[in-house]
Structure formats: C-alpha cells, structure tokens
Design a protein around this ligand. Structure first.
Ligand code: ATP
Length: 206
C-alpha cells in the first residue's frame, strides 16, 4: 500500500506488530489501545491516532481484535511480495545483522551480499550469495533489489553508498557512523551503535 503515513507512525506500527505477534495464536483476543500504549511506554493518543490512520476503530468494550490489528498493519506497511534487500560489507557487523534479520519474522528478504574481499566473494552466508561489489549494478537490477544495509568500514561508506544509488538502490540502512548526503527521494536511516552507546555513557547517572 502506498498510503502516505508519518514515519513515526510506520515505526510504531512495526513495533505494535512485533509486540502483538506473541498473542496472535489466541483466538478472538483483544487489546485496548491504552494497554498497547503502556506495553510500549507510549501515551494512548498516538496509538489511537495511528490505528485510526490505518482504518481501525476499537470496540469500546473489548478494544481491538489482535488478529485484525496484525493483519491491518501488514496490509499497510508490508508489500505483499516483500522487499529484496542487499547487505553490503559482510564483516562482523554485517554477518551479525544478517543472522538477526533472518531469524525475524519479516518480509524484508536479504537476497544478496556484497564485499570487496576476494575470500568472501562467491561464498554463501547461510543461503545468501556474496558477490563482488563491482557486480552490484547487475545483481541489484537482476534481483530487483531496492534496499541496502550498509555495514562497510567508515572510510568506504560514501563511495559505496554512491555506487549503490547509481545501481538503483532507493533506501539505505546506514550502520556506518558516516554522514551520507543522499538525494531527497532516497530514504536513509542512520543506525549508529557507537554514538548511541556513547550517548548513554554520557547521560547515565553514576
Ligand atoms: P572481517 O574480520 O571479517 O573482515 P571486520 O568486521 O573486521 O570483519 P571491517 O573492516 O569492519 O570487517 O569491514 C566490514 C566488511 O566490509 C569486510 O567484509 C570488508 O571486506 C568489507 N569492505 C571493506 N571495504 C568495502 C567496500 N568498499 N565495499 C564493500 N565491502 C567492503
């Protein structure tokens, strides 16, 4: 579905679904928006607003049907056929990210990895083939990949991102701590673990 939703809403919808997945086998189970909000440490208003935006109204007495809620979130944020995703840089972080995503229930399918290390090219990570980064253009086109996860060393981030965009990538999850200047129509998310950790280190009360 191509409905325009605020990015915060999409983030929260993804979180609601992962939380509710635990309850999905319970027939006819319901949840109140304030309960869902409390479980995610949110106030009920944005939760109700998010669910209204995707066309759901809770039942005053019972709340929201959990199965219907999960289904509606999927209809809204998933593409039926899923997304083909590439992992770029299969060092320690790349391998860990791949292992983590493969275990998650998600329609984000990692279908190719890229690296420049001769020892990694033409190998498989589980069932994901690793290609030479030089082949990115062809592989990305052939496999219809639009999203890349960037786990290369910082010094390679800018040039690698440029190559990916030239190859047709439209969205990047950037694990390098490097700022990437991308055109407005490219969706970029930075995920900087060290900065987050250092921020925590600075702000904790010892
Ligand atoms: P390993 O010991 O397996 O190399 P690492 O975590 O020490 O892992 P890094 O130096 O962080 O590896 O690099 C991450 C990965 O990115 C490596 O597999 C490396 O070969 C690869 N890499 C480096 N430069 C590039 C690049 N320009 N394009 C794609 N991959 C790259």
């Amino acid at each position: 579905m191509n409905m325009k939703l605020p990015s915060r809403t999409v983030e929260r919808l993804s979180k609601y679904r992962r939380l509710l997945d635990k309850y999905k086998d319970l027939e006819e189970a319901h949840i109140y928006s304030h309960k869902l909000a409390a479980l995610l440490n949110l106030t009920p208003e944005p939760v109700r607003r998010d669910l209204m935006l995707i066309g759901l109204n809770g039942n005053h007495r019972k709340g929201y049907n959990i199965k219907a809620l999960i289904g509606m979130i999927g209809n809204t944020i998933d593409r039926k056929e899923g997304h083909q995703v590439a992992l770029v840089g299969i060092g320690n972080l790349g391998r860990a990210v791949l292992g983590f995503i493969r275990k998650a229930e998600t329609k984000m399918n990692i279908v190719a990895a890229f690296d420049i290390d001769k020892n990694k090219i033409n190998t498989y990570l589980s069932d994901v083939p690793c290609f030479d980064l030089n082949e990115a253009g062809k592989v990305i086109r052939d496999k219809n990949i639009r999203i890349a996860i960037l786990t290369v060393p910082p010094e390679a981030a800018v040039s690698t991102a440029a190559l990916l965009l030239q190859s047709g990538i439209r969205g990047i999850l950037n694990f390098t701590s490097v700022h990437l200047d991308v055109p407005q129509d490219i969706y970029l998310k930075d995920y900087d673990i060290i900065t987050s950790l250092e921020e925590i280190g600075f702000f904790i009360n010892e």
